[in-house]
Design a protein around this ligand. Structure first.
Ligand SMILES: NC(=O)c1ccc[n+]([C@@H]2O[C@H](COP(=O)([O-])OP(=O)(O)OC[C@H]3O[C@@H](n4cnc5c(N)ncnc54)[C@H](OP(=O)(O)O)[C@@H]3O)[C@@H](O)[C@H]2O)c1
Length: 311
């Protein structure tokens, strides 16, 4: 089968199409999916660059990719929830070397759910990691409620696009940071207030917020402490929580690890089918341009999602 693979860690040039990668077989508790489309995430880039070697060393050649939408092709022992021919979306193990940038991949049945009916495969493949991340942060961690104020960093990004829509649906007042060129885009998603992160210091402009959702990390994460009222909640996707700093500001800081599991995917599918949140596909690449797709995502000009069309 065709698969976009790496034989060593490195720049996007190491990500190459193999025409004869072995087709995987579904083990116990697993499902073999024929992948129609694969979402591209910053995490996949970190895997390729070797930045996650401390977590897991890849065996080469390794097929990259996590997010996917496709059709169930084979069922492993003990899997009861799916049958051959089901349309599904979910997340392959992006660190397992048998990822979604391929014609077929295997994944745990628990990381899969029925594809939202109203979405095609391209749009469905753009949803799992970013959609579940936003849901976990705003609903599970922050418990965001009507009338509360939230600052969402990186509003035009993959996660930000979902987070703004979900926060508005929950009835919150939404401020977001984005580049000036993305201001209209984030307003159309529902943002009440847009702060140009390149020319304005957000922590000087807003105060006493209930929640900050940080998808950027670094000094953006550190400065975010100043925006919250006492008892406020800061959820970060990329920052390193510091207990002392959190205590100093009397806030709760959560370093999120997103868990893409069946139950959350099903909630996400419901929101997508009701039209509460929409996927924004920025650009679609063919599988043999997986390296170009990652480079495009890393360059930071996208709004929403970059996806590989495989079938
Ligand atoms: N912890 C976890 O389990 C987990 C799960 C999923 C994702 N993540 C991480 O979460 C992060 C975001 O993911 P994503 O898919 O949303 O990425 P993305 O699509 O690349 O979006 C990032 C957004 O942040 C904006 N940005 C960059 N620097 C900024 C700054 N200083 N202030 C405000 N906005 C800024 C970018 O805007 P420009 O276009 O202007 O550069 C872009 O719109 C990544 O680091 C990813 O690895 C973590």
């Amino acid at each position: 089968m065709k698969a976009a693979q790496i034989n060593s860690y490195g720049s996007e040039d190491v990500l190459q199409l193999s025409a004869d990668a072995p087709k995987p077989v579904a083990g116990a508790g697993e499902v073999l999916v024929e992948v129609y489309a694969a979402g591209v995430n910053p995490f996949d880039i970190k895997v390729r660059e070797g930045k996650l070697q401390e977590v897991k060393q890849l065996q080469f050649p390794a097929t990259l990719g996590g997010d996917l939408a496709g059709i169930v092709s084979e069922i492993g022992e003990g899997v009861m929830e799916f049958k051959v021919g089901d349309a599904v979306f979910g997340q392959a193990n992006a660190l397992g070397g048998q990822g979604s940038y391929a014609e077929f991949t295997t994944l745990k049945a628990e990381a899969l759910a029925p594809k939202p009916n109203s979405l095609d495969f391209i749009n469905a493949a753009g949803a799992p990691l970013v959609g579940v991340s936003a849901y976990q942060a705003l609903v599970d961690h922050a418990g965001l409620k009507k009338g509360q104020k939230i600052l969402i960093h990186g509003g035009a990004g993959g996660i930000g696009t979902f987070a703004i829509q979900l926060a508005k649906h929950l009835g919150a007042y939404v401020a977001t940071t984005a580049s000036a060129g993305d201001a209209e885009y984030v307003k159309n998603l529902g943002a009440d207030e847009v702060i140009d992160y390149k020319t304005q210091a957000f922590e000087k402009l807003i105060k006493d917020y209930d929640v900050v959702y940080d998808t950027v990390g670094g000094e953006t994460f550190v400065r975010s402490h100043e925006v919250l009222k006492q008892g406020g909640i800061l959820v970060t996707m990329a920052g390193k929580p510091d207990d002392e700093l959190a205590k100093q500001y009397s806030i709760k800081v959560i370093g999120q690890v997103t868990k893409v599991i069946n139950e959350k995917l099903a909630k996400l599918a419901e929101l997508l089918d009701k039209g509460v949140v929409k996927v924004n596909i920025d650009k679609v690449f063919p599988l043999d341009q997986a390296g170009e797709a990652q480079a495009y995502l890393k360059a930071g000009q996208h709004r929403g999602k970059v996806v590989l069309k495989i079938k």
